[in-house]
Design a protein around this ligand. Structure first.
Ligand code: CTP
Length: 446
């Protein structure tokens, strides 16, 4: 019996897939179809699937062409499968010509002509095309715009900003630029708010009232009353309002949190997170500085994320200490918050104007997790034990610092593909709560 094997994502199964499976089957007597798992697709940068692996397997099954369906979960699995199942022929479409020649060492490799004019990518783009407008100017503006290119069905409708900072050329990258926010709202289905923390509330509110979904840089507002109001409006209007905080959407970070929750280091006793950057501006230049974000606004939510996700948002006590670089603007160049929980402690150190080692350490009763700098966009971390032979090392690829995944999460929420909110509302509210305390100068000054 001649065995044939082929692999694919098979998202939104289409005519091209069916033709390929028919021809693959005709090459032999027994067809094995490998369907890529969601995690493997994500790892290899194919993050735009709309259907889960179960739905995709079911679609392949319904064609009646596969004698066996398997899940492809890791790089190199094709070699294992070919040996394991005694495969005679490996085949894929001609879009892969040359890529799988290395399998010739194990079986015959056949590239079949790809059907012209149809692809999952096209089908996905037709089914949902969401125009995202960007308001605000920061280093994230360009990054977000670039990352939208990797997400199917998303177009960037333009940029709105109040004035151009001297060192930024972001505006030139956009086809449409305006200083009139209403103009941006008119041509968008959704808005990415990355403006100064002081204007995020009004930008978000106006967008929601205009019926637009919002993804807003954390912290979403300057005080808790405002964020509560924004959540209420979003719910009343049936709109998505979510935090933009790229770390929350990156695979390595998500896996780390799950590993911590499943007891890999025993009971968690301490979470210590540091995020810092150097400020290139003169602290006495009020006009320039008022457009920048202080250390809490720049880094606080990111550093708080693992604390709140692992220990919850009910500390018995906390203590904020800040170093203010400019009194007039209450611009903190460094902030440290220490938390005491009933059975654990945590501390965050954030700086925008003070530099330190940007690592995350989670200590437990059996071991600890070490996430090296810059931990907020790391692809690598270790779970360490006293016996060094037991150390576990983890690597997860991150594309686009996680921004790509947060855009996908946003689109999935808008199109109801998923209702998974990576950052819960309790956590969004807490990001704002600590910001409000700092705004009100309720910290110890050093
Ligand atoms: N295929 C094909 N003709 C098409 C589309 C896909 O022969 N028009 C083949 C691919 O070459 C591959 C298999 O079908 O062998 C599964 O492809 P997959 O990557 O799942 O589908 P695409 O439509 O190419 O998906 P995407 O647009 O997401 O890349």
């Amino acid at each position: 019996m001649k065995k044939v094997i082929t692999y694919g994502t098979y998202d939104c199964l289409h005519y091209g897939h069916i033709r390929l499976l028919e021809r693959a089957k005709a090459l032999g007597d027994y067809l094995i179809v490998g369907v890529t798992s969601d995690a493997y697709d994500k790892e290899r940068g194919k993050i735009n699937g709309t259907q889960s692996v179960l739905e995709r397997v079911e679609a392949v099954r319904k064609t009646g062409l596969a004698d066996l369906i398997i899940i492809e979960e890791y790089e190199g699995q094709k070699i294992d499968d070919i040996i394991k199942y005694g495969v005679d022929i490996f085949t894929v479409g001609s879009d892969w010509v040359g890529k799988f020649d290395y399998l010739n060492d194990y079986c015959k490799v056949v590239y079949l002509d790809r059907t012209v004019g149809v692809s999952s990518t096209d089908i996905r783009s037709e089914s949902k095309s969401i125009r995202i407008g960007i308001v605000g100017e920061s280093t994230l503006t360009s990054k977000f715009r670039n990352e939208c290119r990797y997400v199917n069905g998303v177009t960037v409708s333009g940029l709105c900003y109040e004035d151009v900072l001297e060192d930024k050329i972001t505006a030139k990258e956009f086809d449409f630029v305006t200083s009139d926010y209403n103009e941006l709202l008119d041509r968008s289905d959704a808005i990415y708010v990355v403006s100064h923390p002081k204007t995020r509330y009004s930008h978000t509110k106006l967008a929601l009232l205009a019926g637009k979904h919002v993804i807003c840089q954390s912290p979403i507002s300057e005080n808790v009353t405002e964020i509560e109001e924004l959540f209420r409006i979003a719910d009343e209007e049936g709109l998505v309002l979510m935090d933009s905080i790229k770390t929350a959407y990156s695979l390595a970070y998500q896996r780390l949190i799950l590993l911590m929750k499943t007891g890999n280091i025993g009971d968690i006793v301490s979470v210590d997170a540091t995020c810092t950057s150097i400020l290139k501006y003169d602290l006495s230049d009020v006009n320039v500085l008022r457009k920048r974000w202080g250390s809490y606004n720049a880094w606080g939510p990111t550093a708080l994320l693992p604390v709140l996700q692992l220990l919850g948002n009910n500390p018995c006590d906390f203590n904020i200490v800040s170093k203010i670089g400019n009194e007039e603007l209450n611009f903190d160049i460094f902030t440290k918050i220490d938390f005491t929980y009933s059975n654990a402690v945590a501390s965050i150190k954030v700086g925008n104007g003070v530099k330190s080692e940007g690592e995350l350490i989670i200590s437990g009763t059996k071991g600890y997790a070490y996430i090296p700098a810059p931990w907020w966009k790391t692809e690598y971390f270790e779970i360490r034990y006293e016996d060094t032979r037991e150390v576990k090392k983890f690597y997860f690829k991150i594309d686009g610092e996680g921004i790509r995944y947060e855009i996908v999460a946003f689109i999935d929420l808008i199109s109801s593909v998923s209702n998974l909110l990576y950052v819960s509302r309790d956590i969004s509210r807490d990001f704002v709560k600590y910001s409000e305390l700092i705004n009100k100068k309720m910290f110890k000054k050093i």
